[in-house]
Write a protein that binds this ligand. Structure first.
Ligand code: SAM
Length: 218
């Protein structure tokens, strides 16, 4: 039985990439990264997160939603169908998850009439295929922020860069299945603080950062 509504991803660049409409495992059974835990702690300690519209890019095991949901509304996306299934199976009120590549035009279509108070992406640039799709993503991302809304990321995530490719794997639980594996990425996908400063000035945002997190405020 198919439980995901899957649409074909479209792109403005011609880069080779996995077909993310296929069924892939990735981070659904792994522990949350310390990057994400830093963001969760920062949000909990510094923001009054009540009745907020939140977008989580890269839901992983959905710990973020479980810790932050309370009276907030969270949309989450991932390129791993198994992460999305896990998120759906939590049956959290106000948590909607989608299989969607943030670098695709589908991402903009999915959220074209939505505005967020908080957008969380601990790997803004880490997996980008090329400048064309990355710039397209960033342009649209900031349009999705409400006035005073923030896009928050992790300093560790800013320094991380990988490509992900499907690999046939075997486990007793899942037998033969496809998993997204990380392989060497492009070091140009490191986001420096200077680049963050450039972005904040280009989009007229306030930039704030410490040793763990970095955020842009509209
Ligand atoms: C390393 S995992 C981290 C999961 C979780 N954010 C954490 O920190 O524990 C990377 C996450 O980013 C998602 N991801 C990678 N590339 C993506 C893309 N192009 N669009 C949307 N999500 C993407 C993956 O599906 C996965 O959920």
């Amino acid at each position: 039985m198919r439980i995901l509504n899957i649409m074909k991803n479209n792109y403005i660049c011609n880069c080779d990439r996995p077909n993310f409409e296929n069924s892939y495992s990735y981070w659904e059974d792994r522990n949350s990264t310390t990057d994400e835990k830093d963001i969760i702690n920062y949000l909990i300690n510094n923001f009054n997160l009540v009745n907020k519209n939140i977008l989580h890019i890269g839901i992983g095991n959905s710990l973020f939603a479980q810790m932050i949901i309370k009276k907030n509304f969270i949309y989450g996306i991932s390129v791993s169908s198994n992460e999305v299934i896990k998120g759906k199976n939590l049956n959290l009120d106000n948590y909607k998850v989608f299989l969607c590549d943030k670098f695709s035009t589908n991402f903009c279509d999915l959220f074209y009439n939505k505005k967020f108070d908080v957008i969380v992406d601990n790997n803004i640039k880490s997996y980008s295929c090329c400048k064309i799709s990355y710039n397209y993503f960033i342009d649209n991302l900031f349009k999705m922020l409400n006035h005073k809304g923030i896009l928050i990321t992790s300093r560790k995530g800013m320094n991380w860069y990988k490509n992900i490719v499907p690999k046939l794997s075997f486990s007793l639980k899942r037998l033969f299945h496809y998993k997204l594996k990380e392989i060497n990425g492009n070091s140009e996908n490191i986001m420096s603080i200077d680049e963050a400063k450039f972005i904040s000035s280009k989009y007229s945002l306030n930039l704030k950062f410490d040793e763990k997190i970095c955020f842009f405020e509209k």
